[in-house]
Write a protein that binds this ligand. Structure first.
Ligand SMILES: [Zn+2]
Length: 162
């Protein structure tokens, strides 16, 4: 699969096209951008210095942030996406309209494999994942593009949690 196109957060035309394609309003897109970038500031990453911010938008209109939390025992580290989902789920939120992540690198970083599976637990396969880079660019892919032929609750006979 080719790398996704990188758009500019300074281009109203690009943002309008993105919003139309992924059923977001320009305000929602702007909030996803602002809040994902802001969430990076809370990252605890003394070892990698690789800051990641995440924000989840629910169908009810709530925005739930998260940031990566590292640990001296490296595998104990938790990614921003899983911190955000942990906060959201334990606060009673369900039904997610979009996931956004922000890093300081370019091109945009995408969620790791473990986080893609975490997103799969709580979101429709069509949910857009907006990836903001460190220089005003962004890409968007749907979860089903990031995690094809995915495994979810239905495979165990449980209803979808999305
Ligand atoms: Zn991850």
């Amino acid at each position: 699969m080719p790398a996704p196109e990188i758009h500019s957060t300074a281009s109203p035309t690009s943002i309008a096209a993105t919003c139309a394609l992924y059923n977001l309003t320009p305000t929602e897109f702007s909030e996803l951008h602002t809040q994902a970038v802001a969430a990076k500031a809370a990252a605890y990453c003394p070892y990698s210095h690789f800051r990641v911010g995440c924000v989840l938008l629910t169908h009810a209109g709530a925005y739930i942030p998260g940031a990566n939390v590292e640990n001296a025992s490296y595998p104990v580290t938790t990614c921003a996406e899983r911190v955000a989902f942990g906060r959201a789920i334990t606060s009673g939120h369900r039904g997610f309209k979009a996931v956004a992540v922000a890093t300081d690198i370019s091109p945009p970083a995408s969620p790791c494999g473990m986080c893609r599976q975490c997103i799969r637990e709580f979101c429709e396969p069509s949910v857009p994942v907006v990836m903001f880079d460190g220089s005003g660019g962004y890409s968007v892919m749907r979860l089903e593009e990031l995690l094809p032929m995915s495994f979810g609750p239905e495979a165990l006979g449980f209803p979808s949690q999305a």
